[in-house]
Design a protein around this ligand. Structure first.
Ligand SMILES: *Cc1c(COP(=O)(O)O)cnc(C)c1O
Length: 426
Protein backbone atom coordinates (compact mmCIF):
# COMPACT_ATOMS: atom_id res chain seq x y z
CA UNK A 1 0.00 0.00 0.00
CA UNK A 2 1.32 3.47 -0.87
CA UNK A 3 2.11 6.07 1.78
CA UNK A 4 -0.76 7.87 3.48
CA UNK A 5 -2.24 10.87 1.77
CA UNK A 6 -5.28 12.82 2.90
CA UNK A 7 -7.13 13.05 -0.42
CA UNK A 8 -10.55 11.67 -1.27
CA UNK A 9 -9.06 9.72 -4.17
CA UNK A 10 -6.70 7.90 -1.86
CA UNK A 11 -9.65 6.84 0.36
CA UNK A 12 -11.44 5.47 -2.70
CA UNK A 13 -8.29 3.66 -3.80
CA UNK A 14 -8.09 1.96 -0.39
CA UNK A 15 -11.70 0.82 -0.79
CA UNK A 16 -10.85 -0.66 -4.18
CA UNK A 17 -7.99 -2.61 -2.61
CA UNK A 18 -10.19 -3.89 0.26
CA UNK A 19 -10.78 -7.61 -0.20
CA UNK A 20 -13.57 -7.56 2.42
CA UNK A 21 -15.49 -4.81 0.62
CA UNK A 22 -18.32 -7.08 -0.56
CA UNK A 23 -19.55 -7.74 2.99
CA UNK A 24 -20.76 -4.18 3.50
CA UNK A 25 -23.64 -4.74 1.05
CA UNK A 26 -24.99 -7.43 3.35
CA UNK A 27 -25.71 -4.89 6.09
CA UNK A 28 -28.58 -2.48 6.57
CA UNK A 29 -26.78 0.84 6.44
CA UNK A 30 -28.97 3.91 6.67
CA UNK A 31 -28.58 6.26 3.71
CA UNK A 32 -26.96 9.52 4.68
CA UNK A 33 -25.45 8.20 7.90
CA UNK A 34 -21.97 7.02 8.67
CA UNK A 35 -22.27 4.47 11.45
CA UNK A 36 -19.12 4.37 13.58
CA UNK A 37 -20.66 2.79 16.67
CA UNK A 38 -20.46 -0.90 15.80
CA UNK A 39 -18.37 -1.44 18.92
CA UNK A 40 -21.45 -0.58 21.02
CA UNK A 41 -24.14 -2.15 18.88
CA UNK A 42 -23.30 -3.86 15.61
CA UNK A 43 -25.58 -3.31 12.61
CA UNK A 44 -28.18 -5.77 11.36
CA UNK A 45 -27.10 -7.92 8.43
CA UNK A 46 -29.41 -9.62 5.97
CA UNK A 47 -28.10 -12.98 7.07
CA UNK A 48 -28.82 -12.25 10.75
CA UNK A 49 -32.30 -11.09 9.81
CA UNK A 50 -32.87 -14.23 7.82
CA UNK A 51 -31.73 -16.58 10.61
CA UNK A 52 -34.02 -14.73 13.03
CA UNK A 53 -36.96 -15.15 10.65
CA UNK A 54 -36.05 -18.78 10.15
CA UNK A 55 -36.24 -19.48 13.89
CA UNK A 56 -39.49 -17.59 14.15
CA UNK A 57 -40.75 -19.81 11.38
CA UNK A 58 -39.60 -22.97 13.16
CA UNK A 59 -41.83 -21.95 16.07
CA UNK A 60 -44.69 -21.36 13.62
CA UNK A 61 -44.10 -24.73 11.89
CA UNK A 62 -43.18 -27.06 14.70
CA UNK A 63 -44.49 -25.67 18.00
CA UNK A 64 -42.92 -27.72 20.81
CA UNK A 65 -41.18 -30.01 18.33
CA UNK A 66 -38.93 -27.11 17.33
CA UNK A 67 -36.70 -28.25 20.20
CA UNK A 68 -35.56 -31.19 18.11
CA UNK A 69 -36.79 -30.52 14.55
CA UNK A 70 -36.08 -28.03 11.80
CA UNK A 71 -32.85 -26.64 10.46
CA UNK A 72 -31.63 -25.40 13.86
CA UNK A 73 -33.13 -27.56 16.63
CA UNK A 74 -33.37 -25.28 19.65
CA UNK A 75 -32.26 -27.90 22.18
CA UNK A 76 -28.72 -28.07 20.75
CA UNK A 77 -28.39 -24.51 19.49
CA UNK A 78 -26.39 -23.02 22.40
CA UNK A 79 -23.72 -25.69 22.06
CA UNK A 80 -23.74 -25.57 18.26
CA UNK A 81 -23.19 -21.81 18.30
CA UNK A 82 -20.49 -22.28 20.91
CA UNK A 83 -18.72 -24.47 18.36
CA UNK A 84 -19.02 -21.76 15.72
CA UNK A 85 -17.65 -19.14 18.11
CA UNK A 86 -14.76 -21.31 19.27
CA UNK A 87 -12.39 -20.29 16.42
CA UNK A 88 -12.83 -16.65 17.43
CA UNK A 89 -11.36 -17.38 20.86
CA UNK A 90 -8.96 -20.08 19.70
CA UNK A 91 -10.62 -22.79 21.77
CA UNK A 92 -12.17 -26.21 21.16
CA UNK A 93 -15.90 -26.42 20.41
CA UNK A 94 -16.79 -27.96 23.73
CA UNK A 95 -15.14 -25.12 25.66
CA UNK A 96 -17.58 -22.46 24.41
CA UNK A 97 -21.32 -22.04 24.82
CA UNK A 98 -23.78 -19.28 23.92
CA UNK A 99 -25.88 -18.40 26.96
CA UNK A 100 -26.88 -15.62 29.33
CA UNK A 101 -25.54 -12.08 29.16
CA UNK A 102 -22.10 -10.68 29.85
CA UNK A 103 -23.05 -9.75 33.39
CA UNK A 104 -24.84 -13.03 34.13
CA UNK A 105 -21.94 -15.04 32.73
CA UNK A 106 -19.48 -13.08 34.82
CA UNK A 107 -21.53 -13.93 37.92
CA UNK A 108 -21.70 -17.56 36.87
CA UNK A 109 -17.95 -17.86 36.25
CA UNK A 110 -16.86 -15.98 39.36
CA UNK A 111 -19.24 -18.01 41.48
CA UNK A 112 -17.45 -21.07 40.09
CA UNK A 113 -13.83 -19.92 40.11
CA UNK A 114 -13.68 -17.69 43.18
CA UNK A 115 -12.97 -20.01 46.07
CA UNK A 116 -11.30 -18.00 48.83
CA UNK A 117 -9.08 -20.27 50.91
CA UNK A 118 -6.57 -19.57 53.67
CA UNK A 119 -4.66 -16.44 52.78
CA UNK A 120 -5.95 -16.28 49.19
CA UNK A 121 -9.23 -14.45 49.54
CA UNK A 122 -9.14 -11.45 47.18
CA UNK A 123 -10.15 -10.68 43.61
CA UNK A 124 -7.92 -8.53 41.39
CA UNK A 125 -9.44 -6.23 38.75
CA UNK A 126 -8.56 -2.80 37.34
CA UNK A 127 -9.86 0.71 37.83
CA UNK A 128 -10.72 1.41 34.18
CA UNK A 129 -12.97 -1.55 33.48
CA UNK A 130 -16.65 -1.36 32.60
CA UNK A 131 -18.82 -0.71 35.67
CA UNK A 132 -21.00 -3.82 35.40
CA UNK A 133 -17.88 -5.96 35.90
CA UNK A 134 -17.05 -4.13 39.11
CA UNK A 135 -20.63 -4.27 40.41
CA UNK A 136 -20.74 -8.02 39.75
CA UNK A 137 -17.35 -8.61 41.43
CA UNK A 138 -18.38 -6.53 44.43
CA UNK A 139 -21.49 -8.62 44.93
CA UNK A 140 -19.56 -11.89 44.53
CA UNK A 141 -17.09 -10.75 47.19
CA UNK A 142 -19.99 -9.85 49.52
CA UNK A 143 -21.70 -13.19 48.90
CA UNK A 144 -18.55 -14.89 50.24
CA UNK A 145 -18.79 -12.74 53.39
CA UNK A 146 -16.01 -10.25 52.63
CA UNK A 147 -15.91 -6.48 52.25
CA UNK A 148 -15.23 -5.32 48.67
CA UNK A 149 -13.40 -2.27 50.07
CA UNK A 150 -10.44 -4.51 50.92
CA UNK A 151 -11.21 -7.70 48.99
CA UNK A 152 -11.69 -6.29 45.51
CA UNK A 153 -8.32 -4.86 44.50
CA UNK A 154 -8.37 -2.53 41.48
CA UNK A 155 -5.06 -1.89 39.71
CA UNK A 156 -4.64 1.84 39.15
CA UNK A 157 -3.99 3.52 35.83
CA UNK A 158 -0.99 5.83 35.60
CA UNK A 159 -2.53 8.15 33.01
CA UNK A 160 -6.29 7.54 33.18
CA UNK A 161 -6.23 5.76 29.80
CA UNK A 162 -4.15 2.62 29.99
CA UNK A 163 -3.36 -0.05 32.54
CA UNK A 164 0.30 -0.95 32.72
CA UNK A 165 0.84 -4.73 32.65
CA UNK A 166 3.78 -4.40 35.04
CA UNK A 167 1.41 -2.86 37.58
CA UNK A 168 -1.03 -5.77 37.17
CA UNK A 169 1.75 -8.31 37.65
CA UNK A 170 3.03 -6.41 40.66
CA UNK A 171 -0.48 -6.65 42.18
CA UNK A 172 -0.56 -10.47 41.80
CA UNK A 173 0.26 -11.00 45.46
CA UNK A 174 -0.25 -14.17 47.48
CA UNK A 175 -3.61 -13.01 48.86
CA UNK A 176 -5.18 -12.94 45.35
CA UNK A 177 -7.43 -15.90 44.52
CA UNK A 178 -8.79 -14.74 41.17
CA UNK A 179 -8.13 -12.14 38.47
CA UNK A 180 -10.79 -10.71 36.12
CA UNK A 181 -9.67 -8.20 33.47
CA UNK A 182 -10.91 -6.82 30.17
CA UNK A 183 -9.16 -8.03 27.00
CA UNK A 184 -9.60 -4.56 25.49
CA UNK A 185 -10.40 -1.49 27.60
CA UNK A 186 -13.74 -0.02 26.56
CA UNK A 187 -12.58 3.60 26.53
CA UNK A 188 -8.99 3.75 25.30
CA UNK A 189 -9.19 0.50 23.33
CA UNK A 190 -5.93 -0.77 24.89
CA UNK A 191 -5.36 -4.51 24.45
CA UNK A 192 -4.00 -6.22 27.54
CA UNK A 193 -1.42 -8.92 26.87
CA UNK A 194 -3.58 -11.90 27.80
CA UNK A 195 -0.89 -14.51 27.13
CA UNK A 196 1.63 -12.83 29.40
CA UNK A 197 -0.84 -12.02 32.18
CA UNK A 198 -2.14 -15.60 32.17
CA UNK A 199 1.37 -16.99 32.40
CA UNK A 200 2.26 -14.66 35.27
CA UNK A 201 -0.99 -15.42 37.13
CA UNK A 202 -0.49 -19.18 36.80
CA UNK A 203 3.12 -18.92 38.02
CA UNK A 204 1.66 -17.54 41.23
CA UNK A 205 -1.16 -20.08 41.51
CA UNK A 206 -3.89 -17.56 40.59
CA UNK A 207 -6.81 -18.26 38.23
CA UNK A 208 -7.51 -15.67 35.54
CA UNK A 209 -10.44 -14.80 33.26
CA UNK A 210 -11.14 -12.08 30.69
CA UNK A 211 -14.09 -9.96 29.58
CA UNK A 212 -13.96 -10.07 25.78
CA UNK A 213 -16.78 -7.61 25.02
CA UNK A 214 -14.46 -5.30 23.08
CA UNK A 215 -12.29 -7.95 21.47
CA UNK A 216 -14.57 -10.77 20.32
CA UNK A 217 -14.99 -10.55 16.55
CA UNK A 218 -12.40 -7.78 16.43
CA UNK A 219 -9.06 -9.36 17.33
CA UNK A 220 -7.92 -13.02 17.28
CA UNK A 221 -7.53 -14.92 20.57
CA UNK A 222 -5.50 -18.10 21.17
CA UNK A 223 -6.90 -19.42 24.40
CA UNK A 224 -5.74 -23.00 23.87
CA UNK A 225 -2.18 -21.72 23.62
CA UNK A 226 -2.49 -19.10 26.33
CA UNK A 227 -4.23 -21.45 28.77
CA UNK A 228 -6.70 -18.77 29.97
CA UNK A 229 -9.03 -20.23 32.64
CA UNK A 230 -12.31 -18.65 31.53
CA UNK A 231 -13.82 -15.77 29.53
CA UNK A 232 -17.19 -14.17 28.80
CA UNK A 233 -18.53 -11.61 26.32
CA UNK A 234 -21.55 -10.14 24.60
CA UNK A 235 -22.37 -10.94 20.98
CA UNK A 236 -24.10 -7.66 20.10
CA UNK A 237 -21.02 -5.46 19.58
CA UNK A 238 -18.53 -6.58 16.90
CA UNK A 239 -20.51 -9.80 16.34
CA UNK A 240 -23.70 -8.01 15.27
CA UNK A 241 -26.16 -10.36 16.98
CA UNK A 242 -28.66 -7.66 17.89
CA UNK A 243 -29.66 -5.66 20.98
CA UNK A 244 -29.71 -7.94 24.02
CA UNK A 245 -28.49 -10.86 21.89
CA UNK A 246 -27.48 -13.89 23.94
CA UNK A 247 -23.86 -13.79 25.17
CA UNK A 248 -21.00 -16.29 25.22
CA UNK A 249 -18.60 -17.90 27.65
CA UNK A 250 -15.48 -20.03 27.52
CA UNK A 251 -14.23 -22.49 30.13
CA UNK A 252 -10.80 -24.14 29.74
CA UNK A 253 -11.35 -27.88 29.41
CA UNK A 254 -8.96 -28.58 32.28
CA UNK A 255 -11.76 -27.23 34.52
CA UNK A 256 -14.53 -29.46 33.23
CA UNK A 257 -14.51 -31.51 36.42
CA UNK A 258 -15.77 -28.50 38.40
CA UNK A 259 -19.47 -28.07 39.03
CA UNK A 260 -20.61 -24.57 38.00
CA UNK A 261 -21.42 -22.21 40.86
CA UNK A 262 -24.94 -21.58 39.58
CA UNK A 263 -26.78 -24.55 38.18
CA UNK A 264 -30.16 -25.14 36.58
CA UNK A 265 -31.75 -27.86 34.52
CA UNK A 266 -29.98 -26.73 31.33
CA UNK A 267 -26.65 -27.40 33.10
CA UNK A 268 -27.51 -31.06 32.67
CA UNK A 269 -26.04 -33.64 30.35
CA UNK A 270 -28.34 -33.45 27.36
CA UNK A 271 -29.52 -37.05 27.42
CA UNK A 272 -30.20 -36.95 31.17
CA UNK A 273 -32.06 -33.61 31.31
CA UNK A 274 -35.51 -35.04 30.74
CA UNK A 275 -35.06 -37.79 33.32
CA UNK A 276 -36.18 -34.97 35.65
CA UNK A 277 -33.94 -36.34 38.37
CA UNK A 278 -33.38 -34.12 41.43
CA UNK A 279 -29.70 -34.95 41.34
CA UNK A 280 -28.02 -32.96 38.58
CA UNK A 281 -25.61 -34.71 36.24
CA UNK A 282 -23.77 -31.68 34.80
CA UNK A 283 -22.75 -31.65 31.15
CA UNK A 284 -19.07 -32.51 30.78
CA UNK A 285 -18.29 -29.36 28.81
CA UNK A 286 -18.98 -25.61 28.84
CA UNK A 287 -22.66 -26.46 28.31
CA UNK A 288 -22.83 -27.08 32.06
CA UNK A 289 -22.61 -23.32 32.60
CA UNK A 290 -26.11 -22.76 31.21
CA UNK A 291 -28.94 -22.43 33.68
CA UNK A 292 -32.42 -22.24 32.19
CA UNK A 293 -34.20 -22.42 28.85
CA UNK A 294 -32.21 -20.64 26.11
CA UNK A 295 -33.57 -17.38 24.69
CA UNK A 296 -34.03 -18.88 21.27
CA UNK A 297 -35.27 -15.79 19.45
CA UNK A 298 -32.51 -13.64 20.94
CA UNK A 299 -29.85 -16.11 19.93
CA UNK A 300 -31.15 -16.50 16.37
CA UNK A 301 -29.43 -13.54 14.62
CA UNK A 302 -26.03 -14.85 15.72
CA UNK A 303 -26.44 -17.89 13.44
CA UNK A 304 -26.46 -15.77 10.28
CA UNK A 305 -23.91 -13.34 11.58
CA UNK A 306 -21.31 -15.98 12.41
CA UNK A 307 -21.45 -17.32 8.85
CA UNK A 308 -19.91 -14.04 7.74
CA UNK A 309 -17.14 -14.26 10.32
CA UNK A 310 -16.33 -17.77 9.14
CA UNK A 311 -16.13 -16.55 5.54
CA UNK A 312 -14.17 -13.39 6.24
CA UNK A 313 -11.84 -15.00 8.81
CA UNK A 314 -10.74 -13.19 11.94
CA UNK A 315 -7.18 -12.66 10.68
CA UNK A 316 -8.34 -10.79 7.60
CA UNK A 317 -10.80 -8.77 9.69
CA UNK A 318 -8.06 -7.81 12.11
CA UNK A 319 -5.75 -6.84 9.28
CA UNK A 320 -8.32 -4.46 7.80
CA UNK A 321 -9.29 -3.15 11.23
CA UNK A 322 -5.68 -2.26 12.03
CA UNK A 323 -5.26 -0.62 8.66
CA UNK A 324 -8.46 1.42 8.75
CA UNK A 325 -7.94 2.57 12.35
CA UNK A 326 -4.40 3.63 11.44
CA UNK A 327 -5.79 5.46 8.41
CA UNK A 328 -8.30 7.24 10.65
CA UNK A 329 -5.55 8.30 13.08
CA UNK A 330 -3.45 9.63 10.21
CA UNK A 331 -6.40 11.67 8.97
CA UNK A 332 -7.05 12.99 12.48
CA UNK A 333 -3.42 14.06 12.76
CA UNK A 334 -3.34 15.72 9.34
CA UNK A 335 -6.82 17.31 9.36
CA UNK A 336 -7.62 18.17 12.98
CA UNK A 337 -4.34 19.62 14.13
CA UNK A 338 -4.63 22.48 16.58
CA UNK A 339 -8.32 21.78 17.29
CA UNK A 340 -7.79 20.40 20.78
CA UNK A 341 -8.03 16.66 20.11
CA UNK A 342 -5.78 14.08 21.76
CA UNK A 343 -5.58 10.52 20.47
CA UNK A 344 -6.23 8.51 23.65
CA UNK A 345 -5.92 5.00 22.21
CA UNK A 346 -2.61 3.13 21.87
CA UNK A 347 -0.82 3.94 18.63
CA UNK A 348 1.00 0.60 18.37
CA UNK A 349 -0.79 -2.09 16.37
CA UNK A 350 -0.31 -4.86 18.93
CA UNK A 351 -1.88 -2.73 21.67
CA UNK A 352 -4.77 -1.16 19.74
CA UNK A 353 -8.25 -2.70 19.65
CA UNK A 354 -10.93 -1.95 17.06
CA UNK A 355 -11.76 1.68 17.79
CA UNK A 356 -10.21 5.12 17.99
CA UNK A 357 -10.60 7.18 21.14
CA UNK A 358 -10.41 10.95 20.76
CA UNK A 359 -10.31 13.10 23.84
CA UNK A 360 -11.58 16.68 23.81
CA UNK A 361 -12.95 18.96 26.58
CA UNK A 362 -16.10 19.52 24.47
CA UNK A 363 -16.50 15.81 23.62
CA UNK A 364 -20.15 15.47 24.72
CA UNK A 365 -21.41 18.23 22.48
CA UNK A 366 -19.08 17.42 19.62
CA UNK A 367 -20.76 14.00 19.58
CA UNK A 368 -24.17 15.67 19.36
CA UNK A 369 -23.01 17.79 16.44
CA UNK A 370 -21.59 14.70 14.72
CA UNK A 371 -24.95 12.96 15.08
CA UNK A 372 -26.76 15.98 13.68
CA UNK A 373 -24.46 15.68 10.68
CA UNK A 374 -25.18 11.98 10.20
CA UNK A 375 -22.04 10.58 11.82
CA UNK A 376 -22.75 8.13 14.67
CA UNK A 377 -19.98 8.01 17.28
CA UNK A 378 -20.38 7.41 20.96
CA UNK A 379 -19.49 9.59 23.86
CA UNK A 380 -17.75 8.12 26.89
CA UNK A 381 -17.61 10.21 30.00
CA UNK A 382 -15.74 12.37 30.87
CA UNK A 383 -14.21 13.56 27.58
CA UNK A 384 -14.04 10.72 25.05
CA UNK A 385 -15.33 10.24 21.52
CA UNK A 386 -15.20 6.64 20.36
CA UNK A 387 -15.09 6.06 16.61
CA UNK A 388 -15.14 2.47 15.39
CA UNK A 389 -14.60 1.81 11.68
CA UNK A 390 -15.83 -1.79 11.48
CA UNK A 391 -13.92 -4.09 9.14
CA UNK A 392 -17.05 -5.87 7.86
CA UNK A 393 -19.09 -2.83 6.89
CA UNK A 394 -17.30 0.50 7.11
CA UNK A 395 -15.37 1.98 4.19
CA UNK A 396 -12.31 4.20 3.91
CA UNK A 397 -14.51 6.71 2.13
CA UNK A 398 -16.79 6.87 5.19
CA UNK A 399 -13.79 7.44 7.44
CA UNK A 400 -12.57 10.19 5.14
CA UNK A 401 -16.00 11.85 5.17
CA UNK A 402 -16.47 11.50 8.93
CA UNK A 403 -13.16 13.21 9.68
CA UNK A 404 -14.05 15.93 7.14
CA UNK A 405 -17.39 16.51 8.87
CA UNK A 406 -15.65 16.67 12.23
CA UNK A 407 -13.26 19.28 10.83
CA UNK A 408 -16.17 21.42 9.63
CA UNK A 409 -17.95 21.10 12.98
CA UNK A 410 -14.83 22.36 14.73
CA UNK A 411 -14.07 25.16 12.27
CA UNK A 412 -17.65 26.44 12.35
CA UNK A 413 -17.99 25.77 16.10
CA UNK A 414 -21.27 23.97 15.36
CA UNK A 415 -21.00 22.08 18.64
CA UNK A 416 -21.58 25.29 20.60
CA UNK A 417 -25.31 25.16 20.05
CA UNK A 418 -25.53 21.97 22.18
CA UNK A 419 -25.07 21.52 25.91
CA UNK A 420 -21.84 19.78 26.85
CA UNK A 421 -23.51 16.93 28.74
CA UNK A 422 -24.30 13.35 27.87
CA UNK A 423 -27.69 11.92 26.87
CA UNK A 424 -29.48 9.26 28.96
CA UNK A 425 -28.03 6.55 26.72
CA UNK A 426 -24.61 7.59 25.47
C1 LIG B 1 -20.75 -3.92 26.66
C2 LIG B 1 -20.02 -4.41 27.87
C3 LIG B 1 -20.69 -5.10 28.88
C4 LIG B 1 -22.18 -5.27 28.80
O1 LIG B 1 -22.71 -6.20 29.69
P1 LIG B 1 -24.20 -6.73 29.47
O2 LIG B 1 -24.41 -7.72 30.52
O3 LIG B 1 -24.27 -7.27 28.07
O4 LIG B 1 -25.11 -5.55 29.59
C5 LIG B 1 -19.94 -5.60 29.94
N1 LIG B 1 -18.61 -5.41 30.01
C6 LIG B 1 -17.95 -4.74 29.04
C7 LIG B 1 -16.45 -4.57 29.13
C8 LIG B 1 -18.62 -4.21 27.95
O5 LIG B 1 -17.97 -3.54 27.01
Amino acid sequence: MEAFNPTYDYACELDRQDDLASFKDEFYKKKGTIYLDGNSLGLLSKRAESSLLSLLDSWKQYGIDGWTEGEHPWFYLSEKLGGLLAPLVGASSEEVVVTGSTTVNLHQLVSTFYNPEGKRTKILADELTFPTDIYALQSQVKLKGYDPADHLVQVKSRDGRMINEEDIIHAMTDDIALIVLPSVLYRSGQILDMARLTEEAHKRGILIGFDLCHSIGSIPHHFNEWDVDFAFWCNYKYLNAGPGGVAGLYVNKKHFSRTPGLTGWFSSQKDKQFDMDHELTPAEDAGAYQMGTPHVLSVAPLIGSLEMFAEAGIDRLRKKSLHITRYMMELVISELEGMGFTIGNPLEDHKRGGHIYLEHPEAARICKALKENGVIPDFRTPNGIRLAPIALYNTYEEVWMAVGILKTIMKEEQYKKFKNERDVVA
